[in-house]
Design a binder for this molecule. Structure first.
Ligand code: LRH
Ligand code: MN
Ligand code: MN
Length: 386
């Protein structure tokens, strides 16, 4: 038997951070399909993120990506967010769109390029100070394309040195989240290709260095929930970049391609007490052909649904079946929870919080989509082309 009141209370505490870059135009390397009404600056991205929070009630922060979200006055951006009931979340660094980084950034063989990259990371910490952001999220495009191109161990040394410099600059309460990615844009070696490499660097740095699991950054068939379980056991799961993939780093809506995988991940998170911990639940996606704000709302709802199902797992019954070695019963407990239609429960949770039961309908009724098309002329790409 599950305590429904406790499930509802847990659902109300979950917070899903949305990424500023998901609100702007984006595309593939083939084409960016511009949409009318997209934000023209970071202030407008924050305004869109506020709509997602207004309709879902569980998206209280928005992540920045620097330099895509560079502004003259970061404190003003944070105040703007606060005025709209939002806060600035994770600050994401970007050391992958500068000609100097052709051979890498913090792993580059030239010390001058490494200094430039570290300078950018330190600037990101300044922005955290100015905005009240807790987390610095680092993803490096560094790697090599050809065997022999550079010394793999030397690159790890350079990476460790850069990370240590930035970690040393963090203020009290600030964290460094290190994201890994199997491949791309480098194809032979990637300097942070997997959770093991990220974990090894974090261990050397200290307790506030944590690993980020981007669900799109693994080889097909990788058991992501196992990685989550191990990192949580070590106290080193910093958070998630949620999105969906069919083939590679597709950045589709979280929970769209494989809702069962999202449930299995949330099952491990809930089991390890992660909903009440400092694990950050972030989205990292792009909406190339679909309407952006409703797609982000849908993604937040997908995370909520997976979480609700994970909370409904009858854990005492599961533990009994596991202890008895009853494979089928244990599996049935999990599948029963997954098969539950949690939409009525989530509608109730929203209504009890004074929200419209259907966030997508609430957004459609708000008139925001028409207003931004009328008011915003000349929207910019999300960043890939900026
Ligand atoms: C890299 C990545 C990383 C970046 C974001 C835009 O593929 O997942 O998190 O910051 O995409
Ligand atoms: Mn990511
Ligand atoms: Mn990615």
């Amino acid at each position: 038997m599950t305590d429904l009141a406790a499930v509802k209370a847990a659902l109300r505490t979950q917070a899903v951070e949305t990424p500023s870059w998901a609100y702007g135009n984006s595309g593939t390397r083939f084409k960016v399909f511009a949409q009318p009404g997209v934000p023209r600056d970071p202030f407008e991205k924050v305004a869109d993120a506020a709509k997602v929070h207004e309709t879902t009630g569980v998206a209280p922060s928005v992540a920045l990506h620097i330099p895509w979200d560079r502004v003259a006055d970061y404190a003003a951006l944070a105040r703007h967010a606060a005025d709209l009931g939002l806060r600035i979340g994770t600050v994401n660094s970007n050391t992958f769109q500068d000609d100097d980084y052709r051979l890498g950034s913090v792993c580059h063989p030239d010390a001058a390029v490494r200094r430039k990259a570290v300078g950018h990371l330190l600037e990101c910490v300044d922005i955290m100070d100015a905005t009240g952001s807790r987390d610095l999220k680092l993803w490096f495009a560094d790697g090599t394309n050809y065997p022999g191109q550079d010394d793999v161990r030397a690159r790890q040394e350079r990476l460790a040195e850069a990370l240590a410099q930035v970690y040393g600059r963090l203020g009290e309460g600030q964290r460094m989240l290190l994201e890994y990615k199997l491949f791309e844009p480098s194809f032979y070696t990637t300097d942070v290709p997997d959770w093991g490499t990220a974990f090894a660097h974090c261990l050397r740095l200290g307790e506030r260095a944590r690993v980020v699991v981007d669900t799109g950054h693994h080889a097909p068939g990788t058991n992501i929930e196992f990685i989550v379980a191990v990192l949580m056991r070590e106290g080193r799961l910093g958070g998630f970049d949620f999105n969906s993939r069919f083939y590679a780093d597709d950045d589709l809506m979280a929970g769209a391609a494989d809702p069962f995988q999202l449930f299995r991940i949330m099952h491990e998170v809930v089991g390890a007490g992660g909903l009440a911990s400092d694990v950050a639940f972030m989205l990292d996606q792009c909406h190339n052909i679909e309407a952006k704000i409703p797609a982000i709302i849908r993604s937040v709802m997908n995370v909520q649904e997976a979480t609700a199902k994970a909370l409904l797992v009858d854990r005492p019954a599961l533990a009994r079946a596991q202890a008895a070695g009853d494979v089928l019963a244990a599996n049935a407990v999990l599948m029963d929870a997954y098969a539950t239609d949690v939409r009525p429960l989530l509608r109730e949770v929203r209504e009890e919080s004074g929200l419209h039961p259907d966030p997508v309908a609430a957004y459609a009724a708000s008139g925001w989509a028409g207003r931004i098309v009328a008011e915003r002329v000349g929207g910019r790409p999300a960043g890939w082309d900026a």
